[in-house]
Design a protein around this ligand. Sequence first.
Ligand code: PLP
Length: 469
Amino acid sequence: MNSLQSFLAVAPVAAKPARPSVGASRLVAPPPRRGRVVACLAPAAAPPPTAGAASGAARRELSAASMAVVEDEARYLVGTYKRSRVVLDAGRGCKLYDLDGREYLDMAAGIAVTAIGHGDPDLTATIARQASTLIHSSNVQYTRPQVALAKRLVEASFADRAFFANTGTEANEAAIKFSRKFQRAAHPDNDAPPAEFLAFDNCFHGRTMGSVALTSKSQYREPFAPVMPGVTFVEYGNLQEAKKVIQTGKLAAVFVEPVQGEGGIHSATQEFLQGLREACDEAGTLLVFDEVQCGLGRTGYLWAHEAYGVEPDIMTLAKPLANGLPIGVVLVKEKVAAAINYGDHGTTFGGGPLVCQAALTVLDKIQKPGFLAEVSKKGENFKQLLRTKLSGNPHVKEIRGVGLIVGIELDVPAGPLVDACLDAGVIVLTAGKGNVVRLVPPLIISEKELELAADVIRDCLPALDDTSS
Ligand SMILES: Cc1ncc(COP(=O)(O)O)c(C=O)c1O
């Protein structure tokens, strides 16, 4: 039996054990296990699959319990997602466990979300404590966690004030409204103040009607036309073209990701961001950095833009801030906040005490001395490892990224490789036009786990030849 076969060899599912408890005394207990599992993180027992291993998620047998979930999903959910055939049930650190007891190394972190890993005992204790104190109250009254989190984010950033939302797209939606309101206040005698936007090829800013209008992929926008009008897209990095649009004076704001995630892991240059800053200042246009995916430590800097020495007027955050509880944030300079009045914007759930208290615990960990330096070091070593292990494969065009947001660009669709990695016990994502493997693991991942991921990706590369030959 080769190692892949042994990974797939899971004994029949036993009676369903109790779920992990949130009780403080059991916070660090291992997750429930079912049947015999060959742990992918124990290379001595289960080395990475051999070259030529079978690919295709459908090759994994699902238990009756998992199949019931898959079938009910198909019956009862709106079909918005093309899911991998795996039913996840529990997580600890950088490992995930499916309903059938298989173990996976999580190189996706729930799409760049679970920065401090799964089942962190401090976060779990915070959530349990806050849940038993106060979960929700609305924004009609004050709560301490919301104000404490705003203070913490403002003190750690360029910003003067914060607004809390619930998701990345909502944060961007708020940034759109704030930009327009700012321009209205800045042009009191103008019936039609600057209200248009500039965004860039391969960008992703979300799915609601404003954010999706700023998102470059036409297939996300066109089925829902008309979306918010007045958005121009320019090639990412093309400062000359961007300047021409900014200089029209019609823009409320420029939206840009310092490192594009969904679009294929592309980093801006210093010259590009600096040039946008200068052009925006000259035209009175706001500069918005969308750090929903690349912010909060993922690049090895607390804010991705720190590496460039360029500050925005507005920054949007979301994914990792509460490690999986839904949160979005808009951080703004005082001049933007000054244009926003009571009633201009709001949300029932945004900034609730549970999620804000959780975010404070996440920030405690990310801002711990040495944490970000470790992210940088692990990211550099990982890229080097990938270059060493994958070099020579004709499908691998480039390995790029910064910190722990890493992309492997291929000359073919990445799907078969992603499926083979899943079969081999490593969860990875795609990006770009489907030809980039996106690696955004929990930031707490160990060097040993990164090496295992690199080995599995290398050994699964032959899966690409199934489609390309
Ligand atoms: C850069 C960026 N902005 C915005 C979003 C939208 O965030 P959400 O899915 O939380 O609405 C995403 C999601 O992937 C993102 O990567």
